[in-house]
Design a protein around this ligand. Structure first.
Ligand code: HSE
Length: 306
């Protein structure tokens, strides 16, 4: 195989109570990438459609992660990358992770799959780090593994795959403003009250239990973030209105997707998901902010070969 085309999905990191460790994978939103072998050694990017991102491989997250893998594999040929961006940078649904994971996934396939998913996560984190200033993997892991993932360690990286209840659907509303992850991290406090930490780890443990036991009510009750959301929600237009609308319409819960501005909601069943999507859509239409809205099943596969 000399060429591969892939779909690299968007993801929701944090999932309210799991800052920097928990994430899940979406199915209907993602980038496409084409990677082909070249005679010349090294990694290049020859096409970027849909976004104004750098072609310099040292400055592009897909390039940096690809180089990390390439320098380790040392093949006697090279790779060229084309990126078709559909996930807007700064949207909070893992735009940089999709690029960083997509390039290493595709190159690994073209090399005959010498690396494990865990190793790919390690390489992709190098790319993610230049976008956000820190090597977190809560978007990368669900892109590569699919479903819900929990980051047990980042150094060395250890990813736990969690079960995905069958009837779970996500709605993503993306107000059309950009929030840089580095800024959304800079506004967070350095220390937190013990009582908030207790609430948060109780919620995270309960959410993991809910995924294992298909307990949708517990899952919904665990979608609470007393540490990060109070700070970051201030940056997101009409966050409280969306939250109210979502809960009034019977969703399991909602929160900030990654570092925002996107807001995710989780629903049991596609019927309720459509109702919640319509409710958010109708109330957001009354505001001055333009937005995109998506409904997606949880993607349990991660990156797909097209
Ligand atoms: N866990 C990260 C954050 C995800 O919330 O800052 C964004 O990349």
């Amino acid at each position: 195989m000399n060429e591969i085309r892939i779909f690299s999905p968007a993801t929701v990191a944090n999932v309210s109570c799991g800052f920097d460790v928990l994430g899940f994978c979406l199915d209907t939103i993602g980038d496409e990438m084409v990677v082909r072998k070249t005679k010349e050694k090294g990694v290049s990017i020859s096409k970027i459609i849909g976004s104004d991102l750098p072609y310099d491989i040292q400055k592009n997250v897909a390039g940096v992660s690809a180089l990390a893998l390439y320098d380790d594999a040392k093949p006697n040929f090279g790779f060229d990358i084309e990126i078709y961006k559909h996930i807007k940078p700064g949207s909070g649904i893992g735009s940089s992770a999709a690029s960083a994971s997509g390039s290493v996934f595709a190159i690994n396939e073209l090399l005959g799959r010498p690396y494990s998913k865990t190793q790919l996560t390690h390489f992709a984190m190098k790319g993610e780090a230049i976008a956000s200033g820190s090597e977190h993997a809560d978007n990368i892991a669900p892109t590569i593994f699919g479903g819900f993932t929990l980051i047990k360690n980042t150094s060395p990286i250890k990813v736990l795959q969690l079960p995905t209840p069958d009837e779970l659907y996500a709605i993503i509303i993306h107000p059309q403003i950009e929030i840089k992850t580095s800024l959304a991290r800079a506004i967070l406090p350095n220390s937190i009250p013990l009582k908030d930490a207790i609430t948060q780890w109780s919620n995270l443990g309960s959410l993991v239990h809910a995924l294992h036991t298909n307990d949708y009510d517990l899952l919904g009750n665990s979608l609470e973030d007393v540490i990060i959301e109070p700070h970051r929600s201030e940056l997101i237009p009409h966050f409280q209105m969306v939250k109210k609308e979502v809960l009034n319409n019977g969703a399991l819960g909602c929160g900030i997707s990654g570092s925002g501005p996107s807001i995710f909601s989780l629903c049991k069943g596609v019927k309720n998901a459509k109702q919640v999507k319509n409710a958010i859509n109708n109330s957001y239409l009354k505001t001055e902010v333009s937005f995109e809205i998506h409904l997606s099943k949880i993607n349990t596969e991660g990156i797909k070969i097209l």
